[in-house]
Structures are given as C-alpha cells and as structure tokens.
Design a protein around this ligand. Sequence first.
Ligand code: AKG
Ligand code: FE2
Length: 383
Amino acid sequence: MSQTEGQSTNPTSNGNVNNRNESNGVVYPSFASHRLRLNPSVDHKSDNYEDLQLDFSPLLFSSLERYLPPAFLNSSRDQKVNYMREILLRYFPEGERTRVQKHREYRQKIISNYQPLHRELYTMHAANFFVPSFLKAISENTEESYRNIMSEPSPGVLTFEMLQPRFCEMMLAEVENFERWVRETKFRIMRPNTMNKFGAVLDDFGLETMLEKLMEDFIRPISRVFFNDVGGSTLDSHHGFVVEYGMDRDVDLGFHVDDSEVTLNVCLGKQFSGGELFFRGVRCEKHVNTETQPEEIFDYSHAAGRAVLHRGRHRHGARATTSGQRINLLLWCRSSVFRELRKYQKDLSSWCAECQREKKERQRQAVAATKLELLKREGETAT
Ligand SMILES: O=C(O)CCC(=O)C(=O)O
Ligand SMILES: [Fe+2]
C-alpha cells in the first residue's frame, strides 16, 4: 500500500510497505546533470514568469531561479524555465501533479458551496480553544513545562488535557453540519483514509489554515522536544480529519501505522464506551511486522478533550466502540526533510525498537566472540 495522502499502512495486511514520493526506478538520463545550488544568490533579481502558461506556479520559478548555477543566472528566460522545469518534473511527476490539481478543484468546490456553522473555528483562537494548563506549557516551551502537564504511560505515548469543552462541542456541531450538507447535496466526499468508511477531512472544508497553525505553533514545539528523532522539529505539512465510531458508524480500527511522523489524536466526545487505543511498539518500514515485546503492550482509554501524541510509526489500532458515539480529531503531522533524509539513510533507526534490539544483539555477539577469543588465547599461553 503506498503512503499517499490519507492512507494508513496496515502492518498485518502485507509486508510490502512502500515509501511515499519515491520515483521508483525512474531514470532521467538527459537531465541527471541538472542541479541547483545549495545556497541562493541572494542579490540576484529573478525574472517574472506570470505571463507564461506553465505547469507549475510562476512564483515557484521566480523563487527557484536564485538557486540556479551562476552560469545560468543571465541566460534567457526560456532557457531558465526549461532548466528549472526539468528539475521540478524529477521531483513532482505528472501523475502526482494531476492528483494534486484534482484535489485542489475538489476542495474549491466544497469551500465555495458549504456554509460553515461556527466561523470562529476557522481561525486559530488559542485562548478559546485550549485549556489554560496547555497554553501555559506552550508559552514556557521547555521540557519541564511539558512534563508538568503530560503523562507518559508507555514510552513515546504522551497524554495531556488540551481542548476546552466548548471547542469540542463546536467542532462536533460543525462536523455534523458538514455531514448534513453532504447528505442533502449528495456531494461525494473523500474519507480520511483507506481504513475508514466514516469521518471527514477537516482540511477539505476550510479548516486547513487553522490546523496548520495548530501544527506549527503547538504540536511542532512539543515534538521538537519529544520526537526530534523522527523530524519533530521540522514538521511542515499535515492531514487533519475526524474519525467517527458507533453502532451506525465505523466500529473499530485495525492495527496500523500512520502516514505521519507525529500524530495528534484528541477525543471530542460524545458519550461512549469501549474504543480504547492499543499500542504495540515503534517500528521502521523494514520491521513493521515483527513481533511485539511484552513491555510494548499498552492500552489507552479516550476521554473528551484529552490528547494523545505519538510517533506515526508507533503501531496501534482502536478497539470496538461498544455503545454511544466516539468522534476524535486527528492531525497527522509530516516532515518533508525527515522523509527526504531517510531515503539516503543507511544505518539503523534510533527510534525503531527492533533496529535497537538487533543492534544490541550484534553487540552482545561481538562481546561474546571477543571473550571466547581471549579465553582461547589464555588457554594457549597456559599450555
Ligand atoms: O480511533 C482512534 O482513536 C485512532 C484513529 C487512528 O489511529 C487514525 O485515524 O490513524
Ligand atoms: Fe492511526
């Protein structure tokens, strides 16, 4: 299963976990030499590309121009466009571009027709959204201030009070309002990911800007402290959605890893029983299906307003919601820098429990072999 937007990876379905953005063996022989400089020519005045019919934003070309090799800076506009276009195509192939364009049109259609219920949700208003203890910890922004409001019931699973009851109520009402609109207009919406039949993508009906702020100003500072090993300090994009469970909704959620570096999962309500999150240890792509160690088993019961923050690669699932209705807000936070660097990373992952176990085992074997060798030598000198 490829890890494109909105897809979880289910570690139990098959072992073939693909990486997002890989251009899988595609070779570009004629343009492989096209390179950009690491540092921009700050004094260079870029051309304007607004009047050209281009397949990428004209602004992108103007920004990228300053990274051209010096010899190219004074070439004709056409030459520069061709050079930059070939580079962009290498990173953003046709299929992906079409998908992004289609998705943009889909969002635009929703946003120009859907009438929001609570407009105040659509811009970040921290004092109204979050509980004071959370705001205080964020403003202090130290490991100690975060530890004061958090518990870590299992390594890498952080939980803390986050949302005000009023915010939860408004968000629940907004989601209900959106779903009513979907039913009445018979608009076909995309579900949050491949594993949910219910739920809605908040980014698709206007909440993208608010959620981006939530990631940048609140989740990234926390992740910088606790999840730096998976790109926590460089989170730069998100996928924000709600999941809905109950008798006439999804019942449970299978064992999976998220397409995120860091996941925020906050319960909005309403009344329910069951629906516990179960965690089973952090794993890299290679080890996603390896067995769980007893100390990795942890179950968490959701409570309205309370957040759970964990690495996306922390294997988890949700048990059946046995009565009532449970709605949770999810923010999958991603780091493009982390993903790019991982493509070239050869050594073991510090955050993967199985990589660490393998490393320890190799060290143990090396020590044992050395001991044996020393004993042998001692035996030889004694005789
Ligand atoms: O139901 C939950 O609380 C978990 C949801 C989840 O893990 C996900 O959507 O990725
Ligand atoms: Fe998940």
